[in-house]
Every structure is written in C-alpha cells, then in structure tokens.
Design a protein around this ligand. Structure first.
Ligand code: HEM
Length: 228
C-alpha cells in the first residue's frame, strides 16, 4: 500500500497518472463524438440515444462521477509536474530543443485550461441549461413517449453564430492539445523509440484531425443551414 502511494509521489508515477487519465479522457471524447454524430441521422435517432443514456440511471451517475475524478486527477497531476519542473529549474533553458519542449508544455497548459473553460461553458449550455433554461423544456414525442428534444436543443444552440464559432475555436484548441498529448502518452508509457516516433506523431495528428472534423461538422453544418 505504502509502495503504491509512494509511487504516485514520484515524477514517473505522476506522469503515468496523467497518461492513463489522458487515455480515458480521449476514449470519452471519441465516444461522445460518435454519439453526437447521430444528429446527422435525424431527431428520432439522437433523441432515442439521449433517452438511452438517461435511462441508465445510477450507472450514468457512476460514469459521470468517474469522468469527473479522471478529469480532476489529470489536471492535478499535470499541475504537480509543472510545479516540480519549475522548482527543479528556476533558471530558463538555454538549449534550443529543451526550450522547445518547455514551451510545448506551456502551450499544453494554456490549451488544457481553454478546454476546461469550454467544458464549463458546455455543461452550463447543454447539460445544466443555465445559459438557456428553455432548452431543457424542449420535448419530442418518441414512440408515444415525451422525451427531451436534444436534437432541437443542439440545432437552436448552434444557430447562434457566436456560440458555434466559440465551439469551433475550442475544438481547434482541444485537438491541438490532443495532438501533443497523444504523442506524449507513448513516450511516458515507454513505447516510443526513434524508429517509431514519426509513426506515433502521424497517429497523434490523425486521431486529433478526426476528432476536429467530427466535432466541428456539427456546429458548422448547423450554422450554414445544412442541418436544420
Ligand atoms: C461540437 C461538439 C460537441 C457537441 C455537439 C456536444 C453535445 C453535447 C450535448 C447535446 C450534451 C447534453 C446531452 C444530454 O443532455 O443528453 C453534451 C454533454 C456533455 N458533453 Fe458534449 N458536445 C460536444 C463536445 C464535447 C467535448 C469536446 C467534450 C469534452 C472535452 C464534451 C463533454 C461533455 C460532457 C462531460 C457532457 C455531460 C455528459 C453528462 O451529463 O452525462 N462535449 N454534449
């Protein structure tokens, strides 16, 4: 037990927590995008999917709490590592490559904080209905049963240009964060090698590009009036 707790106070232990929580968050982002893309299949499909999630009841709450814990651990250990690095090197790097690595980690923190700000807004916007309380009142008749009209909520939400543009910019920053983060996961888990590094980078950029295109397609097609 002491060994386990002690391990997570070491730098490598913390890096592993950031990497593993990163994988879990990436899995969530992909699954969430796949669910959201059902909007292109029409109101019935996405509303039935939202109802299915809601009907999970306690299991949904367990997943939500799990996601929150994973997100909190990811942020907490990233901050810890950054503080440790700073304490270990109060004088800035002079060498170019190390300087680049240090500025990449700074951009990771900035893009990560932007994703956090996006997420807070996103939850207030679509899940909690704080910014637009009327969204939670939209109803849809699904096989004779009244359910929440998520389709209508998303369409109405993204018909506001400022909202769609904010989402699109946030998705750009999220994918920038992911493209660097995914490559770092391989490094932390020790599956990186000079021989594979270009393949790993291609994989990281590829997966980030898919997430960007998939997520942006929703606000963009709604804003352009293609999906109504
Ligand atoms: C354009 C892209 C996105 C769209 C259209 C979208 C859409 C939605 C919708 C409609 C909901 C509410 C579902 C419901 O009430 O049944 C939701 C919830 C949520 N979204 Fe997104 N989302 C997007 C991107 C993201 C991203 C990138 C993240 C994470 C970084 C994210 C994290 C969440 C979370 C954590 C919830 C709450 C889930 C829950 O309450 O169980 N979303 N999203």
């Amino acid at each position: 037990m002491n060994f386990t707790v002690g391990y997570f106070t070491t730098s490598i232990g913390k890096k592993i927590v950031v990497a593993v929580t990163g994988i879990l968050l990436l899995g969530f982002v992909i699954a969430h995008m796949a669910g959201n893309l059902q909007i292109f299949a029409g109101a019935e499909k996405i509303n039935a999917y939202a109802k299915f999630l809601k009907d999970l009841g306690p299991a949904l709450w367990i997943a939500r709490i799990g996601l929150l814990v994973v997100f909190a651990l990811h942020i907490y250990f990233t901050i810890q590592l950054k503080l440790e690095n700073k304490a270990a090197r109060p004088v800035p790097y002079a060498h170019m490559k190390t300087k680049q690595a240090s500025s990449a980690s700074l951009y990771m923190i900035i893009s990560g904080l932007t994703v956090l700000a996006f997420l807070i807004y996103h939850l207030l916007h679509f899940t909690l209905g704080v910014t637009n309380p009327d969204y939670l009142e939209y109803e849809y008749l699904l096989k004779g049963e009244k359910v929440h009209d998520v389709y209508m909520m998303v369409i109405t939400g993204f018909q506001v240009p400022a909202v769609s543009i904010a989402y699109i910019i946030s998705m750009g920053l999220l994918c920038w964060h992911l493209s660097h983060g995914v490559a770092s996961i391989f490094q932390t888990l020790g599956v990186d090698s000079p021989k594979h590094s270009s393949k790993i980078r291609q994989f990281a950029y590829g997966i980030s590009a898919i997430i960007f295109v998939g997520n942006v397609s929703i606000p963009l097609t709604i804003l352009l009036g293609i999906v109504r």
